[in-house]
Design a binder for this molecule. Structure first.
Ligand code: FDA
Length: 325
């Protein structure tokens, strides 16, 4: 249940002047332009991080907007390639028009994934709310069918269906599966999803185990100590870790710009000390870097969808020792 305090923070934030929201969100969003994301990648490369880039946007209403995202992401590929960054892309299939014109949307995604493939670059399909879970998984499977294996999905630990999805995807593409697993940011209904903190942690941990056991590549996207600690134990019990090749019999080929079967992923500006500690221990750590002109609309929409983010941001702001960038 979302607390009163969280709702108050959201209520206050949406009444704040734009400059104030910009000032607070500076930490979580690289800036309005691609050059801002490039600057952040230069800075964080020195901390041993690799990256995934997200062009911010709202749900689109015309295919012209889909074309904008396609062209902007193509610029991102070129910038990553020109700067030789250790980085890949995170895209939202709906931003490419999947819900407006599924055929054209698929063409757009294929065009981007093909270009990324030519640059040996991976494309992650971010997962939006439960209305598009099936479609997003299907997009990934269709790309694999077309021979484009540089694509993987995000699955959300809080959804009841996720263990079944892992089995389904393992049946279809075996060790070519490449996941990001997270708790899931959308507050989904209790009929289809865990809604309390502890069950969400346990369900997410169970998904991490199932993914590791399936031989897939696993990006663990969490800043939460119980999830990260569970992962470290799960890796150790499978003989996996930073100083050894992936020992799993059922894992796929070694992947370019990837860790030994797994990596940790964190959001820009969140729990930097935890990320740096993992990185110093030798684990591959990836920072999710959002940028774009739509930073304001995006930030406000995410807050409204999940008011607990407002509490986390307010806590980081008022009690900085709990969450340094
Ligand atoms: P938890 O919410 O308990 O956070 C632990 C601590 O981390 C908090 O107490 C706070 O200090 C800090 N923190 C976490 N999130 C913060 C934030 N936004 N701002 C400030 N502080 C924060 N979800 C989804 O549905 N689809 C997706 O595609 C993705 N993609 C994705 C990529 C990456 C790299 C990450 C790290 C996360 C996602 N998520 C996501 C979001 C994810 O599902 C989840 O909502 C958040 O990561 C928060 O969950 P934690 O496991 O970090 O725990």
């Amino acid at each position: 249940m979302v607390g009163l305090f969280s709702r108050m923070v959201v209520g206050m934030t949406i009444r704040m002047p734009r400059w104030f929201v910009s000032w607070v969100s500076r930490r979580y969003v690289a800036g309005p332009e691609l050059k801002d994301a490039v600057k952040v990648m230069h800075r964080l490369s020195k901390e041993g991080a690799c990256f995934t880039i997200d062009v911010l946007g709202e749900e689109i209403t015309s295919m012209d907007e889909a074309t904008f995202f396609l062209e902007e992401y193509k610029r991102v590929i070129t910038a990553i390639s020109d700067n030789k960054f250790d980085a890949n892309l995170s895209i939202k299939p709906t931003a490419f028009g999947l819900l407006l014109d599924s055929e054209k949307g698929m063409d757009n995604i294929e065009s981007l994934v093909s270009m990324a493939n030519e640059h040996d670059m991976f494309v992650r399909l971010d997962m939006e709310d439960h209305r598009v879970t099936d479609d997003t998984i299907q997009v990934m499977l269709d790309m694999h069918d077309k021979g484009l294996k540089n694509v993987g999905v995000v699955l959300q630990g809080r959804l009841f269906r996720t263990l079944e999805d892992i089995r389904y995807i393992a049946d279809k593409i075996g060790p070519n599966a490449d996941y990001r697993i997270c708790k899931g940011i959308y507050l989904e209904p209790s009929e289809i999803s865990h809604t309390e903190r502890q069950p969400i942690i346990e369900a997410t941990s169970a998904c991490i185990d199932a993914m590791l056991d399936s031989g897939a590549y696993v990006g663990i996207a969490s800043h939460d100590h119980p999830v990260v600690n569970h992962t470290l134990k799960a890796l150790e019990s499978r003989g996996m870790g930073p100083s050894t090749d992936d020992p799993r019999d059922n894992s796929g080929a070694v992947r370019k710009q990837k860790g030994p079967g797994y990596e940790f992923q964190m959001l820009l500006g969140v729990r930097g000390p935890m990320r740096r500690k993992l990185s110093n221990q030798g684990h591959r750590t990836r920072v999710y870097i959002p940028y774009g002109e739509m930073w304001y609309e995006y930030s406000i929409r995410r807050l409204q969808e999940n008011p607990t983010i407002g509490t986390q941001v307010a806590k980081a702001f008022l009690m900085p020792w709990t969450n340094r960038p």
